[in-house]
Ligand binder design. Structure first.
Ligand code: SF4
Ligand code: SF4
Length: 138
């Protein structure tokens, strides 16, 4: 008899899941999507190594590198942001958009590598004034 009342309740209570494309409410503890500022990124790839979900991919060329992020694979753990010393990564507390296929939300940046800064004369080590002695004789 109990099963019948359960069935009856389930049949008549209506829809309890969200209807597409409605989005679930964002909870207080949700950290959000990762955003990258290409102007600050130096291409060190630390974020890629810290991301165990493989949401960040990185390919390096001689004069440029490509950084990609797929929110569909992201667990929003924040490890990439903690590891980015350049403050190039942030998380926005917005709900992830609805997507239909893996890779729909993927973003990529191809960034030219910055040339190394010229060395200042003060930083160049000076040659010693005297030659080192080859041996010491008493
Ligand atoms: S850790 Fe930061 S600076 Fe390094 S590749 Fe990632 S986003 Fe760029
Ligand atoms: S938040 Fe976590 S899962 Fe998402 S890209 Fe960063 S390290 Fe990877």
């Amino acid at each position: 008899m109990k099963i019948l009342s359960m069935l009856s309740r389930n049949l008549w209570r209506g829809v309890t899941t969200l209807r597409f494309p409605a989005r679930p409410p964002v909870t207080m503890r949700f950290r959000g999507l990762v955003r990258m500022n290409p102007a600050l990124c130096i291409g060190c790839a630390i974020c890629r190594f810290r991301c165990t979900s493989r949401a960040i991919t990185f390919s390096a060329g001689k004069n440029e590198f490509t950084w990609s992020y797929d929110p569909g694979q992201c667990t929003f753990c924040g490890r990439c942001i903690e590891g980015c010393k350049e403050q190039a990564l942030t998380q926005e507390a917005a709900c992830p958009p609805v997507y239909l296929s893996i890779g729909d939300l993927k973003t990529s940046y191809t960034i030219p590598r910055k040339p190394p800064a010229p060395r200042s004369p003060a930083a160049v080590p000076r040659a010693p004034d005297s030659q080192p002695t080859q041996g010491v004789t008493p």
